[in-house]
Design a protein around this ligand. Structure first.
Ligand code: BES
Ligand code: MN
Ligand code: ZN
Length: 474
C-alpha cells in the first residue's frame, strides 16, 4: 500500500512493507544500537533528542541515525521535532527513499502520528510570492513495526494540511487578503464539504446591529464581513461549541497609528480567524462527530475621514457603549459584537476565542506561550490540556476585582483601553462582558502567531491554535 502525503507542492510518500536502501534507525541515548555506540565513541552522535547523523554512500545507501534522548521520558514535542529534523535531513541529504524501523518503539501509533506530523511540518514553506519556486520534494518512506498506519497518517496529514492553510492565510499580505477576498477564499475552501458557510456583508451587519465592529471598519475602503462556519454532524441536537477568531486583515492602529516597524507584520492580525477556519477544516476532514461552529468578523483598521477616533464612544450589538481610548485596541471592539452574536444568536454551549490581541501578552509570556483568560475553571482545564497534547502551551492569567473594575467606563459602559498595566488581563475581562455568562476561554496568541523560524515552525505564520482546537474537540 502506498500513501501520499501532500505538503503544499512538495510530497512525502509512505510506502509500507517495502525495504529500501537507506535505513532510518531510531536511537534512545540510554539504549543505543551497536552502530550508534561506535558513533558515540567517535563523538559523532550521542542520541540526544532531535540529533540526526547520516552515514550514506554516493548511491544514498546506508544508515540515518535519529536521536530521541531517553526512552523513559520523551514526549510528543520531542518526537515532532525529531520528525522535523529527519525531514530536513532527508531533503538536504537528497534521500528520496528510506526505510523506518519502529518495531522497538513503545506506544507506536502515537509515536508515528507525532513523527509524521514533524516530517510534514518540515515540508512547509511560503513561496507563493517567489518567482522561482523550490523543486518539488518527493520522499518515499517505508515502515515496519506499526499496524494502524493508514488511519494514523491520514488523520495527521489532514491536520497539518489545515495548519498549513491557516499559515498561508496569515502569511498572505493585506493587499491580497482583505475581508471580501478572505471571505471568498473561505467559501472556496469549504465547497463540497460538510461545512456550511454563511457570509454577511456590510448592509447586513448594519441591519443586524454590529455597531462596534462597524465602527472599527469605518476607516477602510475594504468593507467588513462576518463569516459563520457550521459543522453539525450530530443531527440530534443543534447545540455546539463555538470558536471565535479575531479577523483584522490589517491593523494599522487607526488614528492611534502604529510605527512602521510594528505595523509591517500586521497582516498577521487575523491569526485567530485563520486558526478557527483551519480547525473547522481539520475537524470536518477527519469527520469528528461533534457539532462545531466558527464565527469570525473580518475587518481592516485604517485611517480615513470617516474612521473612528480616539475619544469616540461607540455602541455595540449588545447595547453596551464603549469608550474608545485608543483606536489601536480595535480587536476587542470587533470581538464585542462577534462574541455577543456567538453567545446569543446561536445555540452555543461554550466559547473558545483566539486573537492576536495585546502586545502586553507578549511582554508577559513571550512569543512561545499563549495567554488565557477564562470565566470557567473546568472548561479552561480542558483547553489547557488540549494545548499540551497539541504542543501549543497556553497559560491562564488571573482576574481580580480591581481589574474587573478598571474596565468600566466613565461616560460610557466600558473602556477599550485601560491604563494601569495588566493589559492582557483587562483585554480578556473586557471580552468576558460579551459572552453572557457562557463558559468562555479567551486565548491571546499575539506572541506565538507570527515569528522567526523556531523548533518545527518555519519563519512567519505558525498556524497556532488549529491543533489546540482540534485536540479539544477530539
Ligand atoms: N494587533 C495588536 C496586538 C498585537 C501586537 C498583535 C503584537 C501581534 C503582535 C492589537 O490590536 C493592539 O494593537 N493592541 C494594543 C492595545 C493597546 C492600545 C491597549 C497593544 O497591545 O499595544
Ligand atoms: Mn491594534
Ligand atoms: Zn489588532
Amino acid at each position: 500500500m502506498i500513501l501520499y502525503i501532500k505538503g503544499r507542492e512538495k510530497m512525502l510518500k509512505l510506502v509500507f512493507d517495502k525495504k529500501t536502501k537507506a535505513e532510518v534507525v531510531v536511537e534512545f541515548d540510554n539504549n543505543l544500537s551497536e552502530g550508534a555506540k561506535e558513533l558515540k565513541k567517535a563523538k559523532l552522535f550521542s542520541g540526544k533528542s532531535g540529533e540526526v547523523f547520516a552515514s550514506l554512500n554516493v548511491k544514498r545507501e546506508g544508515v540515518i541515525y535519529l536521536g530521541l534522548g531517553s526512552n523513559k521520558k520523551f514526549d510528543g514535542e520531542d518526537v515532532r521535532l525529531a520528525g522535523f529534523k529527519l525531514g530536513k535531513a532527508l531533503a538536504s541529504n537528497k534521500v528520496t527513499k528510506a526505510h523506518l524501523d519502529l518495531k522497538d518503539v513503545k506506544d507506536v501509533d502515537k509515536f508515528l502520528a507525532h513523527l509524521v506530523e514533524g516530517l510534514l511540518h518540515s515540508n512547509y514553506s511560503f513561496d507563493k510570492y517567489k518567482s522561482k519556486k523550490e523543486d518539488d520534494l518527493v520522499i518515499e518512506l517505508s515502515l515496519n513495526g506499526v499496524k494502524k498506519v493508514e488511519h494514523v497518517v491520514t488523520e495527521v496529514t489532514n491536520l497539518v494540511n489545515a495548519v498549513n492553510i491557516a499559515k498561508d492565510f496569515v502569511n498572505t499580505p493585506a493587499i491580497d487578503l482583505y475581508p471580501e477576498s478572505y471571505a471568498n477564499e473561505i467559501v472556496k475552501l469549504f465547497e463540497n464539504s460538510e461545512v456550511e458557510v454563511e457570509v454577511y456583508d456590510k448592509p447586513q451587519l448594519e441591519a443586524m446591529g454590529f455597531k462596534a465592529l462597524l465602527a472599527v471598519a469605518e476607516g477602510s475602503d475594504k468593507e467588513p464581513r462576518l463569516v459563520v462556519l457550521k459543522y453539525m454532524p450530530n443531527k440530534e441536537t443543534d447545540e455546539h461549541i463555538t470558536f471565535v477568531g479575531k479577523g483584522l486583515t490589517y491593523d494599522s492602529g487607526g488614528y492611534a497609528l502604529k510605527p512602521a516597524g510594528s505595523m509591517v507584520t500586521m497582516q498577521c492580525d487575523m491569526g485567530g480567524s485563520a486558526a478557527v477556519v483551519g480547525a473547522l477544516k481539520a475537524i470536518s476532514d477527519n469527520k469528528l462527530p461533534v457539532n462545531v461552529v466558527a464565527v469570525t468578523g473580518l475587518v481592516e483598521n485604517m485611517i480615513d475621514g470617516s474612521a473612528y477616533k480616539n475619544g469616540d464612544i461607540v455602541g455595540s450589538l449588545k447595547g453596551s457603549t464603549i469608550e474608545i481610548g485608543n483606536t489601536d485596541a480595535e480587536g476587542r471592539v470587533t470581538l464585542a459584537d462577534t462574541l455577543y452574536f456567538a453567545a446569543t444568536k446561536l445555540n452555543t454551549t461554550k466559547i473558545v476565542e483566539l486573537s492576536t490581541l495585546t502586545g502586553a501578552c507578549v511582554v508577559a509570556l513571550g512569543t512561545e506561550i499563549t495567554g488565557a483568560v477564562s470565566n470557567n475553571d473546568r472548561f479552561y482545564k480542558e483547553v489547557h490540556e488540549a494545548g499540551l497534547r497539541a504542543g501549543e502551551l497556553n497559560w491562564r492569567l488571573p482576574i481580580t476585582p480591581a481589574l474587573e473594575k478598571a474596565v468600566k467606563g466613565e461616560v460610557g459602559d466600558l473602556k477599550n483601553s485601560i491604563p494601569g498595566g495588566a493589559g492582557a488581563i483587562t483585554a480578556g475581562i473586557f471580552l468576558t462582558h460579551f459572552v453572557e455568562g457562557k463558559p468562555f476561554v479567551h486565548l491571546d496568541i499575539a506572541g506565538p502567531a507570527f515569528n522567526k523560524a523556531r523548533g518545527y515552525y518555519a519563519s512567519g505564520a505558525t498556524g497556532i491554535g488549529v491543533r489546540t482546537l482540534y485536540e479539544l474537540v477530539k
